[in-house]
Design a protein around this ligand. Structure first.
Ligand SMILES: Cc1cc2nc3c(=O)[nH]c(=O)nc-3n(C[C@H](O)[C@H](O)[C@H](O)COP(=O)(O)OP(=O)(O)OC[C@H]3O[C@@H](n4cnc5c(N)ncnc54)[C@H](O)[C@@H]3O)c2cc1C
Length: 435
């Protein structure tokens, strides 16, 4: 039971719950005091409750966008935080729509004109119109996020997402003059707007480290490992965490001044901070030729990849493609933590040509107690299965499992583990795709 709770709920969730319920709890005595037990009464009550909850969710989604290094771990890492952020954004939008519909319906028994007037009043009732404008901004930035208009390029999506800031401000301009409980909304507004200001205005100058490209090693065609050395301050990190990297090299054909997330492949004690990058799109392709000596911004570290729900268990690591990077970091770190970690790494690649970190990992596996390494080649052996895992790691099903790789690989392995009755609380996976 404790393991189940530990895997599903994180300490920061309590904070989210408090912020979510606070405006409701504060407004409840007033709403219940004015309540009358009729259809109109119920519609009005639910209309107001959905409005309050919808706005609280929007403000929470804004607060969650703060991206504070280290503190994301309270919430299970940035990747989980983004999932909750998306959920609150979408649920908030649905609730706000319901709020409009329910309040219009509540006026319908009086007349259609009354219903229309309630949601489209004269311009003098500007807070209602501020609410409409907030809704328009929400449609603009949520449409591409949830694929209402197809999948768009990440950078364009990011620019459209900036409409979330006016949406939050307009929603507050709608609620604060109308609501009786202004204090709670001001409090939430300070946190929500503070989060946006930190992320967009302060963090680019205060929250980043300057590093210099010391080496670029080509591992295979389309994959490099970049070694970075600090220009002034050094960023502390743990194995398996990731950073946002912004290259400043003016000769890059794409991605200059653009931040992209990459997992750290070095161990915390290594001389250089390293990232292994596979060319997947324009920015990750261009960075393959980044100039030695040029500078980059590093923001982070983020993530909680090696979160241990059951620390006493041995670990099973499964990596596919560029998803090997957190395990390279973990393996390079095991030599500093001998006796603390016992892990068996399965390196899943199409063939030996694409297992670009294998030589180093095999050497580490031979030198270091507590690390075993097995390669699996899809072209030769087909999809990895229980028999292969059992042959090389007989106790694999009793271990705490960590996976990183293409979605198809993660899905396939989850099915294998589900078939064996391994509880999902013992399986951790990271996707390299936030959208
Ligand atoms: C937590 C995490 C860790 C990652 N670690 C690695 C790694 O160690 N090595 C590696 O090669 N790749 C890693 N990636 C993937 C890497 O971030 C993308 O390949 C890269 O951003 C693609 O950018 P592009 O312009 O080349 O391609 P595009 O064609 O622009 O993007 C391809 C896809 O990458 C994602 N993406 C693009 N830009 C961003 C961004 N700024 N923020 C979030 N997602 C974005 C989007 O889903 C997009 O659809 C990681 C991603 C995440 C989320």
């Amino acid at each position: 039971m404790t393991t189940w709770l530990k895997a599903r709920f994180k300490p920061g969730d309590i904070l989210l719950l408090i912020f979510l319920l606070l405006p409701l709890l504060v407004a409840m005595p007033r709403l219940l005091g004015a309540f009358n037990d009729s259809a109109v009464g119920w519609l009005t009550l639910t209309g107001r409750l959905t409005g309050i909850l919808g706005l609280a969710m929007m403000l929470l989604a804004a607060m969650m966008s703060i991206r504070l290094p280290h503190y994301d771990r309270w919430f299970g890492g940035l990747a989980r935080l983004w999932v909750v952020h998306r959920f609150f954004g979408f649920a908030g939008f649905v609730l706000v729509l319901l709020h409009v519909i329910l309040l219009a319906y509540a006026a319908l028994p009086f007349s259609i004109d009354a219903a229309i007037l309630r949601i489209f009043p004269p311009l003098a009732e500007w807070p209602i119109w501020a609410g409409w404008l907030a809704l328009v901004c929400m449609v603009i930035f949520l449409g591409p996020t949830f694929g209402f208009v197809g999948r768009i390029h990440y950078q364009r999506w990011k620019r459209l997402h900036l409409f979330s800031a006016p949406a939050v401000i307009l929603a507050l301009l709608h609620a604060i003059p109308i609501a009786a409980e202004t204090l709670v909304w001001w409090l939430m507004a300070v946190f929500a707007i503070g989060a946006i200001v930190w992320r967009k205005v302060l963090s680019p100058s205060l929250g980043r480290y300057r590093y210099e490209v010391a080496k670029v090693d080509t591992l295979v065609r389309g994959v490099v490992e970049i070694s970075l050395k600090p220009v002034d301050k050094t960023m502390a990190y743990e194995a398996g965490q990731f950073i946002y990297l912004t290259p400043l090299d003016s000769n890059l054909s794409a991605g200059r001044n653009e931040e992209h997330p990459y997992t750290i492949s070095s161990a915390p004690s290594d001389e250089y901070l390293k990232v292994g990058i596979k060319a997947l799109g324009d920015a990750s392709s261009a960075i393959q030729t980044v100039a030695v000596g040029s500078q980059v911004y590093v923001e982070g570290p983020y993530g909680d990849f090696y979160e241990r729900v059951e620390p006493q268990r041995k670990q099973l690591w499964l990596a596919g493609g560029i998803g090997i990077t957190p395990f390279v970091s973990g393996a390079r770190d095991v030599q500093n933590r001998q006796g603390e970690v016992s892990a068996h790494l399965f390196y899943l690649a199409n063939d030996d040509q694409r297992a670009y970190y294998l030589d180093e990992l095999m050497t580490l596996g031979q030198q270091v107690d507590g690390l075993d390494v097995t390669a699996h080649y899809y072209r030769k052996e087909g999809p990895i299965n229980e028999a292969f895992l059992r042959e090389h790691c007989p106790d694999f099903a009793e271990r705490e499992i960590y996976m990183c790789g293409p979605p198809a690989m993660i899905h396939h392995l989850r099915q294998v583990f589900k078939g064996l009755g391994i509880p999902s609380s013992r399986i951790h996976s990271e996707a390299f795709d936030f959208l």
